[in-house]
Write a protein that binds this ligand. Structure first.
Ligand SMILES: NC(=O)c1ccc[n+]([C@@H]2O[C@H](COP(=O)([O-])OP(=O)(O)OC[C@H]3O[C@@H](n4cnc5c(N)ncnc54)[C@H](O)[C@@H]3O)[C@@H](O)[C@H]2O)c1
Length: 338
């Protein structure tokens, strides 16, 4: 099986690559080739050397022929520009998120039309497809049947791609699957340009002894998922057989990956519990209307039943999420923990 990950040098792409290189199987079959595509060269990914792995560097639009130089069985499409970038630069978002996806989908369609395999295309969408509009307020609990009304260019671009994938799947050109990711926290490394980036920063920076700004009111509730559970969810959606019943993907609808609902105040209280007052006092709450407009429009409470049918559960608590970060990134933590 030849498997491709686009955005393989990114946060989740790297974790997904590491996971697949660890198991070396997909849906019970052996992975014979793992193609890692990204315009950025990952600084270090020790497992990603060796005969199994092939790197395709460069912008996806320019390098799609290399990605499809041999038949693609499964393509995890993670390459994207993040929310605040897309809000700041409309054209960049359209190119990175819509044009790139369209290019990949055209190549996958070309492969099956030419008699090659129908590629399984797994798209990392986002909870940002949902948004509350005064004329169409969100219900208190969101499910896959809730009408997505995005309130950002990023969410709109993700939704456009979802529709395209659904139509190409309906026509039999691809076997498309859409996993809508919650905000993934705690993200290691330097801050990124996602509007939700502070949801990692308010934990990660104080744990490293650094100050952090919380740009929203602490009463805001958010929907989170840990990196490990998110990657597990993406793989589960990818591997599931279609059909009805437990463990099967039973309709063309996307899957909202399971959400842990937590308020920012609860997150800060967990930080105080884990790392003490000195670390927690490094966070300054200073609401920024631009960030609040994006992150505040996203829903926080999800009906996780469709994910549960695939044996996916939300993180048990935010404390568990922080402990996972401490265990996975001891090098990034300088403050004492409980
Ligand atoms: N991390 C989250 O909280 C979150 C939440 C919801 C959805 N998602 C989605 O999950 C996916 C992965 O997220 P992430 O946090 O790993 O993002 P990331 O920014 O860490 O990684 C994205 C990678 O894609 C690459 N890339 C972007 N455009 C490209 C292009 N045109 N050609 C080649 N490479 C390109 C970037 O170089 C980067 O390495 C994205 O599609 C994102 O929208 C993430």
């Amino acid at each position: 099986m030849r498997i491709v990950i686009t955005g393989a040098s990114g946060f989740l792409g790297r974790l997904l690559a590491e996971r697949l290189l660890h198991t070396r199987t997909f849906a019970g079959g052996p992975i014979t080739r793992l193609v890692l595509a990204d315009r950025v060269v990952a600084p270090e990914m020790p497992q990603a050397s060796g005969a199994l792995v092939e790197w395709v560097h460069g912008d996806l639009i320019d390098r799609v022929e290399a990605v499809f130089a041999e038949p693609v069985d499964v393509l995890f499409h993670l390459a994207a520009a993040v929310s605040a970038e897309c809000e700041a630069d409309f054209d960049l978002g359209m190119r990175s998120n819509v044009d790139s996806t369209r290019t990949v989908l055209e190549a996958a369609k070309g492969q099956s039309v030419a008699g090659g395999p129908v590629a399984r295309v797994v798209f990392a969408s986002s909870l940002a497809v949902y948004g509350s509009h005064p004329a169409l307020p969100l219900p208190p609990v969101i499910s896959e049947t809730t009408l997505p009304v995005p309130r950002s260019s990023y969410g709109t671009q993700k939704l456009m791609c979802e529709h395209l994938i659904a139509d190409l799947s309906r026509r039999g050109f691809i076997d498309g699957r859409v996993a809508r990711l919650m905000t993934v926290a705690v993200r290691p490394g330097p801050p990124n340009a996602a509007a939700s980036g502070f949801l990692s920063g308010i934990i990660r920076e104080p744990l490293a002894g650094l100050p952090a700004i919380c740009p929203v009111d602490a009463g805001l509730k958010v929907a989170l998922s840990s990196p490990r559970r998110t990657v597990r969810g993406i793989i589960r959606v990818a591997e599931a057989e279609r059909g009805t019943g437990l463990g099967r993907l039973d309709s063309p609808l996307p899957v909202n990956l399971p959400a842990l609902t937590v308020s920012v105040a609860d997150m800060l209280a967990t930080l105080r519990q884990v790392a003490g007052d000195t670390a927690a006092d490094l966070v300054t709450v200073a609401p920024d209307p631009a960030v609040e407009a994006i992150v505040g429009s996203w829903p926080a409470v999800f009906d996780n039943r469709r994910a549960a049918a695939l044996a996916l559960q939300p993180d048990p608590s935010f404390l568990a999420v922080v402990r996972e970060y401490l265990a996975d990134h001891p090098e990034a933590v300088i403050v004492g923990s409980e």
